[in-house]
Design a protein. Structure first.
Lengths: 321, 308, 471
């Protein structure tokens, strides 16, 4: 796509000259060689500073250990190479492993439920039997506009008996629910996440649904297919790419669950300091001041997300081909 | 007797019609029955999605006593919305307003600049051949796939060594980087900025940077809006980074500020009122913006989905 | 990098999977980057830079010194305003942070790591060594604090002395006492127990009288009460020996305490479902299901929150170990909790900060303001308990319990207990172990402690400290 050879300029400000003179062509190429780097410079520099450098720093810290002389380190501290010690400590920490298991369970259940609900809603909205689809679509999309933290604060009020009208209603019919108990708090968090993102996922599926060509529907109708048959045999397979993508990124998102449990901590003592992997890393860094282990945990989380993403993307694209 | 259909949007194909024997009354009853059922289901689901928003509107009008005393679904006998709102805006010297402005700064300025940088980088990757292009693309891909929360902690440690932690820069600088934006812009640039246009501009004597700013940006404009919105939402939603980076309440975005208020309800009951009214203030404009800009999401999503 | 990706539910446009060449390039870049690891790692871990050892000078005359005090006390600014009015040259601003273990310590640690942060911070006595470990504290002896330390409670003063130096200004404490409902004890014809053996007898009587009644609750999630009673019995879990820490969590004193609680738990004498001051606990204490509470003096304010509790409570000295002659180092009472106003190593005006902190904690005006506005625990000054506390209390059945119970208790404290630099972790480890004991993982509290001890030792070693187990 190189256009350097094709330029035929006569002394413009950029200094390009006729194509006939070889030194001039090199100069022409020069300005065009510089241009992409110039254009990318702000992004690259900032990327280096805010992404590459911290990643390297984290990896470096994860291989560092601190030795302290004296009872409180007052005789001096030395940093040294730790080998895989921090990683083994991170991976042998029961709390951290439990948190990983917890988010995996959360991911499997919550994402499945959310995607299923989003798909069903999308199909219903796009079916012939739906009145006022625009209104419903808007209503379902609304929660996406509320930041996760604010949504958690909102729901945290709805989970407190005494304030929550929902709990009051349930209590009136004899259902005694404590959403913040150790056995239920994970699903209360799942509820918040589902509430916030179902509408968004639904929109994605709706967008894909709308791109199904009319002819396919007509062909199906000619074949005598009813709405349910159309949904399962025609629409679902065609929205599969959107479904898979939404699922993949939702699962990766749950790996990084932090804001919802952390905000809920102030009202739910059942949410421990290492409830999710990110919370555990935050706790290691700022409660225990174990920066080596915290960095190891951050690296492990990043690696897991990276591997999951790459694997699923590979699977998706291969499947499409 | 015809079943209702969804209005076609942006030329998308219509939903399938149920044209069986139109004159059959049984068919019509079945269709009406289905419509009623479907609508009922959708209405119940709507109640679930709108419940917290409705609740916060009601709750923001109550005093703390009434919050606990009266039914959560309806207003109290002495609504005090205005006094709650004024408390929100004047508490602690108007710190809530400061938080709102901070959020605007981080999300607004950050997203605008991030979009600009991403457009430049994406355009460069799409339209130029140069050594190292593959490496940069790989790096961008890595940036897209690695979660931001994994880099927030080491970023804080790095910035604290540089003296940038607990400053506006600590949150603003990371917000200027959007690998996903670069990726999106690269895709859009390849599709919407034709080589011929670039060639012609070069022939006319335009410099490379001028080509970008004058021609490419204009062509990329719809895509830029999508990138901008994604980045705004991302920064506005970002909690981990400011939490780790900021200790001074004056620098908080509104998400961090409201969380701080929420955590104080046990020690000072007045924080219940402050928090609910504060949440209302932050939710309403966001919700309105979301509704108005809904079509940009659909537009961006459609293009992205169809592209593949 | 901002959270544009999280939670990224369903980004539609597919980034193509990394091609092999792209992966190789990325790997190559990564390897090259590894070379830079050395440089970045050398940037250093936060908290390892040694604090300045030379004392900082006083502020130049005429300059107004502004200090920030981060604490979770309520209405602290009112206390600061009392000082501010009389000291225009030193103005103190109170900034509220969540309670230490609820996020406050995280804020202070991360602010210190960033090199900014408060001038004065509320740090509990048990967490002070952790801050010293991170070089977060200023050496107060350099600023004349040695001359003032004598006016503080001996027990508290001993706990702010680490490695021979003084690192924080004692702010409040909590000598423990026995809060009880006379009605519940009268129902079984019992007197407030004088020793722990008698306490066990009373517990049996209360529970036998009504299986829905308990003498107290056992909160596995918060072992600090257990540790407090072990301190009273003479235990020293964390003993500094030269440059080494010696961890001993299963000595005779701790064993005696563990045996006491094991007996009570095995016989079902303690409620394990209601942690003190939880919503359920208030209800149970209000209707007599919980007969008493061993807690710090600051619990009086919380007990006053029980509905209908007016006139239903009294305070007695905490049971002692006098009946167990083997415990030779046992003392009459112990502390539960206690905070310091610590002057941080990042404070540019430690002299001025120390002057304020000393006023707040030894001057009667300061102490009265703290009690009145912030509701602090027991006064740290050895000679003044606060005007408000010298009167009998209507809630506690007109008993002048402060002068009667807590003032003597404050005089009967250990002066050789040290907290560890990894106290927070140690407490969490013990809490996990106690929780397992309740659910059957360990048969006795002693087993739980024996299992926790190697983990506590490991926690020290992971911090790079020299440590060994006592046995």
């Amino acid at each position: 796509m190189s256009t350097a050879a094709g330029s035929r300029q006569l002394g413009d400000r950029a200094g390009r000259t006729t194509a006939a003179a070889p030194p001039a062509r090199r100069r022409a190429g020069g300005a065009q060689r510089r241009a992409p780097w110039l254009l990318m410079a702000p992004f690259l520099l900032l990327f280096l500073l805010t992404f590459i450098a911290p990643v390297l720093y984290a990896v470096g810290q994860s291989f560092t250990r601190v030795t302290r002389a004296g009872l409180f380190g007052q005789e001096g501290t030395t940093s040294g190479f730790a080998g895989l010690e921090n990683y083994s400590r991170a991976l042998s920490d029961g709390g951290f492993l439990a948190s990983v298991g917890r988010v995996l369970l959360f991911g499997v259940v919550q994402v499945t439920v959310m995607i299923v609900v989003a798909t069903v809603l999308a199909l219903l909205l796009e079916s012939a039997s739906a009145k006022w689809p625009g209104f419903f679509r808007t209503a379902y999309f609304l929660p996406y506009g509320i930041p996760g933290v604010i949504a958690t604060i909102l729901w945290s009020f709805l989970y407190v008996p005494g304030i929550s009208p929902v709990l009051g209603l349930l209590g009136a019919v004899g259902v005694d629910l404590d959403p913040l108990a150790p056995s239920t708090v994970l699903w209360s968090i799942a509820n918040i996440v589902t509430w916030a993102y179902t509408g968004y996922n639904m929109l994605i599926i709706v967008a894909q649904l709308k791109s199904i060509p009319k002819e396919l529907y007509e062909a199906a109708r000619v074949d005598g297919a009813g709405p349910l048959r159309i949904a399962t045999s025609l629409q679902l397979p065609l929205v599969r790419p959107a479904l898979v993508l939404a699922t993949v990124f939702s699962i990766i998102g749950t790996l990084q669950l932090f804001a919802e449990p952390q905000v809920l901590q102030s009202v739910a003592p059942a949410v421990s300091n290492d409830y999710t992997p990110n919370l555990a890393a935050y706790n290691s860094a700022f409660n225990y001041n174990d920066y080596g282990v915290a960095s190891a945990q951050a690296v492990l989380i990043a690696l897991a997300a990276f591997v999951l993403s790459a694997v699923f993307l590979g699977l998706t694209n291969r499947g499409r081909r | 007797m015809s079943a209702t259909t969804t209005a076609p949007q942006q030329g998308a194909p219509q939903a399938p019609r149920q044209d069986r024997a139109p004159s059959s009354s049984e068919g019509a009853r079945r269709r009406r029955g289905t419509t009623v059922l479907v609508t009922a289901v959708l209405a119940v689901v709507t109640a679930y999605f709108l419940l917290p928003v409705y609740w916060v509107v009601v709750a923001a009008t109550k005093s703390t006593q009434d919050l606990f005393g009266t039914n959560g679904f309806w207003f109290s006998s002495s609504p005090q919305l205005l006094s709650n709102l004024s408390a929100v805006f004047t508490y602690d010297g108007g710190i809530f307003v400061r938080w709102l402005l901070n959020s605007l700064l981080y999300a607004g300025l950050g997203a605008v600049l991030a979009t600009y940088f991403a457009a430049a980088a994406g355009y460069a990757l799409a339209k130029y051949e140069f050594r190292g292009r593959g490496l940069v693309q790989a790096l961008v891909l890595g940036g897209v796939l690695v979660p931001g929360t994994a880099t927030a902690l080491p970023l804080f440690l790095l910035f604290s060594q540089m003296g940038l932690a607990n400053t506006y820069w600590g949150v603003l600088v990371p917000s200027l980087v959007s690998p996903f934006g670069v990726f999106l812009c690269q895709v859009y640039a390849r599709a919407t900025v034709p080589d011929s246009m670039v060639e012609a501009a070069r022939l006319d004597g335009a410099g490379e940077l001028r080509i970008f700013h004058v021609f490419a940006l204009r062509a990329l404009a719809p895509a830029l809006v999508t990138v901008l919105l994604f980045q705004v939402v991302g920064i506005w939603n970002n909690y981990f980074l400011p939490l780790v980076m900021l200790a001074d309440q004056q620098l908080y975005p509104v998400t961090l500020g409201l969380t701080a208020w929420r955590s104080q309800v046990d020690r000072l009951p007045e924080f219940y009122q402050l928090t609910t009214a504060g949440v209302l203030v932050s939710v309403i404009p966001l919700a309105v913006a979301m509704l108005v800009l809904q079509r940009f999401w659909r537009g961006g999503l459609t293009e992205g989905a169809v592209k593949d | 990098m901002p959270d544009t990706w999280t939670p990224a539910r369903g980004r539609p446009a597919t980034p193509p999977p990394p091609s092999r060449r792209q992966l190789l390039r990325a790997a190559g870049a990564g390897l090259a980057g590894l070379g830079a690891l050395g440089a970045t790692a050398a940037c250093g871990t936060p908290g390892t830079a040694p604090a300045t050892t030379r004392p900082l000078p006083a502020a130049p005359a005429g300059e107004v010194v502004r200090l920030q005090y981060w604490a979770w006390l309520k209405d602290l600014q009112q206390v600061c305003d009392v000082w501010n009015a009389k000291n225009p040259g030193v103005q103190v601003e109170a900034v509220w942070i969540p309670g230490g273990n609820s996020g406050g310590y995280q804020k202070i640690f991360s602010a210190l790591a960033a090199g900014s942060g408060p001038d004065i911070a509320q740090i509990e006595v048990r967490t002070l060594p952790s801050y010293l470990l991170q070089n977060g504290l200023a050496d107060l002896g350099q600023y004349g604090f040695e001359d003032v330390i004598g006016s503080y409670d001996a027990g508290l003063a001993s706990q702010v002395r680490l490695d021979g130096k003084l690192w924080g200004v004692p702010q409040d404490s909590g000598p423990i006492g026995f809060f009880y409902r006379p009605e519940s004890l009268d129902a079984v014809g019992a007197q407030p127990p004088a020793t722990w053996e008698e306490w066990l007898e009373v517990a049996r009587a209360v529970h036998a009288n009504d299986p829905g009644h308990w003498i107290d609750s056992f909160n596995a999630g918060d072992p600090t009460t257990f540790i407090s009673i072990a301190t009273q019995a003479g235990a020293t879990w964390f003993r500094p020996e030269g440059e080494e820490w010696v961890i001993d969590m299963t000595d005779d004193a701790t064993t005696a305490v563990a045996r006491l609680f094991d007996t009570a738990l095995d016989e079902g004498l303690l409620n394990t479902a209601l942690p003190p001051f939880s919503v359920g606990w208030f209800a149970a204490a209000g209707n007599g299901a919980i007969a008493s509470l061993v807690s710090g003096s600051w619990a009086d304010a919380l007990i006053e929150g029980t509905t209908g509790g007016e006139g239903q409570w009294r305070v007695a000295p905490v049971p002692t170990w006098a009946s167990d002659p083997a415990l030779s180092s046992a003392v009459g009472s112990s502390y539960l909790g206690g905070s310091t106003a610590a002057i941080t190593s990042t404070c540019p005006y430690p002299r001025e900060a120390l002057a304020f902190a000393t006023w707040m904690t030894t001057d009667p005006e300061g102490i009265d303001a703290m009690i009145r506005y912030s509701g602090i625990g027991w006064s740290p000054a050895s000679d003044y308990i606060g005007a408000a506390r010298q009167e009998p209390s209507a809630f506690f059945s007109d008993q002048p319990y402060n002068t009667e119970v807590f003032q003597p208790a404050a005089q009967q404290q250990r002066t050789d207990w040290t907290w560890s630099p990894v106290t927070l972790q140690a407490i969490n480890i013990v809490a996990d172990a106690f929780r397992a004991r309740l659910t059957g993982g360990y048969r006795t509290c002693l087993d739980a402690l024996a299992a926790a001890q190697p983990q506590v030792v490991a926690a020290h070693r992971d911090k790079g400290l020299a440590v060994r187990a006592a046995s």
